[in-house]
Design a protein around this ligand. Structure first.
Ligand code: 4NP
Length: 163
């Protein structure tokens, strides 16, 4: 199974979400069953490492955020089982990019998988205060835990995961 996590720049939210999902998958013993990647819908930061503010906030919480920013390519979406957007703008971009209905149906909001969440978007921390980055870590960890709970029930059979 393959999961793609998508935000705008691929330097804050989606790399943090990728790290959180890898962490949760490893805890559940599913890391060899699920491949995780991330990408951005924008191209401002191509090839750049994650934002240092994101890396620092994650490190304070014991999470290692890595990678290099890349832009999501329309033709790659078909290769994923789940394409998870951090916010509604990313969701709309991805759905417009999808070449068929089957692919479009795989595009969801990442935070939908956190049943305890009071919102369904991961807020963009880029222009906000430093606390926003720590909040992103908490949000993506909760969403990752929720998603892994769903995958634990669904991986290995044909059941669709998701609410
Ligand atoms: P991300 O954050 O989408 O979570 O990686 C952002 C990064 C860069 C910009 C906006 C959001 N930007 O406008 O450059």
């Amino acid at each position: 199974m393959r999961v793609l996590l998508v935000c705008l720049g691929n330097i804050c939210r989606s790399p943090a979400a990728e790290a959180a999902l890898r962490e949760s998958l490893a805890e559940a013993g599913l890391d060899d069953r699920v491949q995780v990647d991330s990408a951005g819908t924008g191209d401002w930061h191509l090839g750049k490492p994650p934002d240092p503010r994101m890396v620092a906030a994650a490190a304070r919480a014991g999470l290692s955020v890595n990678g290099r920013a890349r832009r999501v390519q329309p033709g790659e979406l078909e290769g994923y089982d789940l394409i998870l957007a951090m916010d509604r703008a990313n969701l709309a971009t991805l759905r417009a990019m999808a070449r068929d209905d089957a692919t479009r149906a795989k595009v969801r909001l990442f935070r939908e998988f956190d049943e305890t969440a009071d919102a369904d978007e991961v807020p963009d921390p880029y222009y906000g205060d430093p606390g926003g980055f720590s909040r992103v870590v908490e949000i993506v960890r909760a969403a990752a835990r929720g998603l892994v709970g769903r995958l634990r029930d669904g991986v290995g059979d044909d059941r669709r995961c998701g609410p």
